[in-house]
Write a protein that binds this ligand. Structure first.
Ligand SMILES: Nc1ncnc2c1ncn2[C@@H]1O[C@H](COP(=O)(O)OP(=O)(O)OP(=O)(O)O)[C@@H](O)[C@H]1O
Length: 336
């Protein structure tokens, strides 16, 4: 097995279907995601791609229709109401976009943090106050601990919200558009604060956003498209020939457990891929060619896996015979 540690978040073939007025919407269509302990991951995607649906399931507020969703050892599809309450109090913390959802307006910043501990019956008065002060200092809002939310800037409110989310030492922090209502400079500082909390406390974090610039602040960005994870960007640093640090970002397509991947729209459009494609297993990559008449000759086909080019570096599960059209089924290349 390539990675045997138990992930903090695991989604496998996760499906969520909403039914309204006889119409079914498949918000999640077999989503796969694995996040290891201590990771900080951004989840990006267009409006309607399923980000909030996933977060609502991971936060224990909604239940998936099918598939696997496990967070810190809890099976979210099998969880009963008592476990759900304990899960929401002790295992996960949340930061939402709207301050009104994060903080009570008539309590000070410190009281908001202490209240989260009191609700979870965590510690006593003095210990709670000390922990609240410690967390507010960590988030660099210790100096405004006695102010109410209306007396704080948007960035300060979100920092206090992060302190509230961390009050009961959760294993996992989930954030839904935490910078959605902030200007660019404030967004950057709040994201940096989250990154610093992740590094200092080791809490696993998933930040949902439709702001693609968030990915500049995290090592791993997962893109969701049509209710599935489609691509991932991994950032790392290496030294250039002069010894200077160089940031490197590489984009990968996501290959699911049964060998399916989504080809990027631009690849599909450029080669007019539709209905069926031809797959060919080459020594170090898989070639994908249009399967219809008038297809470009093999030399002009999309070849995957040779470079760090965006997406599609992966093979389907089984070798395909050269020039055999890809069949439907578990190993179909998803070329929508
Ligand atoms: N309660 C619901 N009932 C019916 N359909 C829903 C419900 N919640 C979400 N959907 C639908 O599921 C799909 C995914 O929605 P979701 O809110 O998860 O997307 P999103 O990526 O978070 O979008 P946004 O960035 O705009 O918040 C959309 O088509 C949406 O209309």
């Amino acid at each position: 097995m390539p990675n045997e540690t138990e992930p903090d978040m695991l989604c496998a073939d996760l499906v969520r279907i909403f039914s309204a007025d006889g119409i079914e919407v498949q918000a999640l269509q077999g989503l796969n995601l694995r996040i290891d302990p201590g990771e900080l991951v951004a989840l990006v995607g267009a409006s309607g791609s399923g980000k909030s649906t996933l977060l609502t399931i991971l936060s224990g507020l909604d239940t998936a229709t099918a598939g696997v969703a496990r967070v810190a050892g809890h099976d979210l599809l099998a969880m009963r109401s008592k476990e759900r309450v304990a899960y929401r109090r002790h295992t996960v913390g949340f930061v939402w976009q709207q301050t009104s959802r994060n903080l009570l307006p008539y309590l000070t910043a410190a009281e908001n943090v202490s209240l989260a501990m009191a609700v979870a019956r965590n510690g006593r008065g003095a210990a709670r106050a000390a922990r609240a002060a410690e967390l507010l200092d960590l988030l660099e809002v210790g100096d405004v601990a006695d102010r109410r939310p209306a007396e704080l800037s948007g960035g300060q409110q979100q920092r206090v919200a992060i302190a509230v989310a961390l009050a009961n030492s959760p294993r996992v922090l989930l954030a839904d558009e935490p910078t959605g209502e902030l200007d660019e400079a404030t967004s950057v500082s709040v994201l940096e604060a989250m990154r610093s909390v992740n590094e200092q406390l080791g809490v696993t974090m998933l930040i949902v956003t439709h702001d693609p610039s968030v990915s500049e602040h995290v090592r791993r960005t997962v893109q969701i498209r049509d209710g599935r994870t489609s691509t991932e960007v991994l950032r790392s640093t290496r030294l250039d020939e002069h010894g200077a640090e160089l940031a490197v970002a590489e984009e990968f397509a996501v290959l699911d457990r049964v060998g399916r991947l989504q080809l990027p729209h631009e690849f599909v459009a450029k080669l007019d891929l539709r209905d069926r494609v031809r797959l060919a297993l080459e020594p170090d990559h898989v070639a994908v060619r249009p399967g219809h008449d008038g297809a470009p000759p093999p030399g002009e086909a999309t070849e995957t896996g040779e470079t760090g080019e965006p997406a599609a570096p992966a093979t389907s599960g089984e070798p395909a015979a050269p020039d055999r059209p890809a069949s439907t089924g578990d190993h179909e290349e998803d070329a929508r």
